[in-house]
Design a protein around this ligand. Structure first.
Ligand SMILES: Cc1cc2nc3c(=O)[nH]c(=O)nc-3n(C[C@H](O)[C@H](O)[C@H](O)COP(=O)(O)OP(=O)(O)OC[C@H]3O[C@@H](n4cnc5c(N)ncnc54)[C@H](O)[C@@H]3O)c2cc1C
Length: 410
């Protein structure tokens, strides 16, 4: 069946939800299609055994009062101010501040920004300090030498993901903000269609002509504009007729495994989120959700999420382990080498979530090659791209895509 509207939005993560909300508020007829049976994408809050927790620590990194007001108005509830910056382990102690935010007292041995993360960081904090403080952590997370990773990665980490004094957080978890956006779309007459995967993007003479979807109501959606808030590679792969040869180049995807532990005790640490560079510890970050919102966890309980970064292959030290073995390794490391507790035997496994393709990594020398795919998509008339590497940049990208459509059709 063919259906017509003003705008079709692909994907119901923060970018797609923000795009659909902004367009619906503007009076457009909007249909958002999402393959999962829920909205939020990677920004979800789950429930297990009476505890609520996010899909990995999810700080929204809001940097202005207007955005706080936007979120509070949308959710009809105040945001929580968490008075603790992200912490890190330094010489065996937990201290405030991320590795990447540390600045040496005197800047020395600055190097040229050569387009790699090594150059970008070295041009800001000097090569020695970079190698001593930031390199062990970033290389543990990304698994590549800083000399290989593109400068974009470290620049974005420094610019977009700062929360040096603490951070704003939605009461009830990051998913509460996503649900509020979905409710807002419906209130403004838009439609959020769940369990509806995009199966093809049709185009003719350089213009998008429709979106084919599967699910319970398969068919073709046509609209003057499509906002793409899913991975552009998947959309280019689904182009009909097919996109030109050579556009679909391989991209390295990093795996993340989330190991949730719980114990009948008030807390393990005083911190919301701690980064750990020590390679003997399986995880690179650990979140303790009671410190994000005490309402997430029943009284007398605590829930931890250990984020283990790696490759989804048998060569990885952690990926091949089964859930129990992973939970055991995380539990052991809380005692030794971290020394955060004398005895972690009361921590039990709550859940393990494996994301084999959690985020892309791009080599500095391949940036131009891999951006050819989204560039081709953007060259089609009638399509806007909305992508962001963080919750708030994704939301801003969604809003910008909707504003672009409104400006063109005014
Ligand atoms: C472990 C982890 C921790 C993170 N921590 C933070 C943090 O602290 N702060 C922060 O700002 N960011 C964080 N991020 C990043 C953040 O989650 C993402 O930047 C953000 O979710 C991107 O939003 P998006 O809408 O672009 O994409 P996504 O959230 O990936 O949403 C895309 C949506 O499109 C849907 N979709 C995909 N294919 C199709 C299809 N064919 N048809 C229909 N629908 C489809 C998906 O189901 C999904 O719902 C973290 C990410 C991870 C993995």
């Amino acid at each position: 069946m063919a259906e017509r509207g003003d705008i079709v939005v692909l994907g119901g993560g923060p970018a797609g939800l923000a795009a659909a909300l902004a367009a619906a508020r503007d009076g457009a007829t909007v249909t958002l299609v999402e393959s999962a049976d829920h909205v939020g994408g990677l920004c979800r809050t789950l429930t297990e055994d009476g505890c609520r927790f996010d899909l990995g620590g999810h700080i929204p990194f809001i940097h202005d009062a207007a955005r706080v007001a936007w979120a509070e108005h949308l959710m009809d509830s105040p945001m929580r101010w968490i008075d603790r910056p992200v912490a890190r382990v330094h010489h065996g102690r937990v201290v405030p501040g991320r590795y990447i935010d540390q600045i040496p007292e005197a800047l020395s041995d600055l190097v040229a920004d050569d387009g790699t993360a090594a150059g970008e960081l070295g041009s800001h904090i000097g090569a020695g300090f970079r190698d001593h403080v930031v390199r062990p952590y970033m290389e543990k997370v990304d698994g590549w030498r800083l000399e290989v990773i593109s400068a974009d990665r470290s620049r974005k980490l420094r610019d977009e993901q700062q929360a040096p004094e603490g951070f704003w957080y939605p009461a009830g978890g990051i998913g509460a903000l996503m649900d509020a956006m979905a409710d807002g779309i419906a209130r403004h007459g838009g439609e959020v269609r769940l369990s509806t995967p995009v199966t093809a993007l049709t185009h003719e003479d350089g213009r998008v002509t429709g979106v084919q979807v599967g699910g319970a109501r398969p068919g073709t959606l046509t609209a003057p504009t499509v906002i793409c808030a899913i991975n552009p590679i998947a959309v280019v792969d689904a182009a009909s007729p097919p996109a030109p040869d050579g556009l679909l180049v391989p991209i390295t995807m990093r795996a993340v495994t989330l190991v949730y532990l719980t114990a009948d005790r008030e807390q393990l640490t005083d911190e919301a989120w701690i980064q750990v560079a020590d390679r003997r510890v399986p995880f690179s970050r650990i979140a303790e959700f009671r410190h994000w919102d005490p309402g997430l966890v029943p009284d007398g309980r605590t829930v931890l999420c250990a984020e283990i970064y790696g490759e989804a292959t048998n060569d990885d030290p952690w990926w091949p382990l089964d859930d129990e073995a992973l939970a055991h390794a995380v539990r052991e490391s809380l005692v030794d080498p971290l020394g955060w507790t004398d005895d972690a035997s009361d921590f039990r496994m709550l859940k393990v979530i494996r994301m084999p393709r959690a985020y892309p990594l791009v080599e500095a020398h391949r940036v131009d090659e891999v951006t050819r795919t989204p560039r081709w998509l953007m060259s089609l008339k009638g399509i806007e791209l909305a992508r962001g590497g963080t919750v708030m940049t994704a939301i801003a990208a969604g809003e910008a895509a909707a504003a672009g459509v409104a400006a063109r059709t005014a």
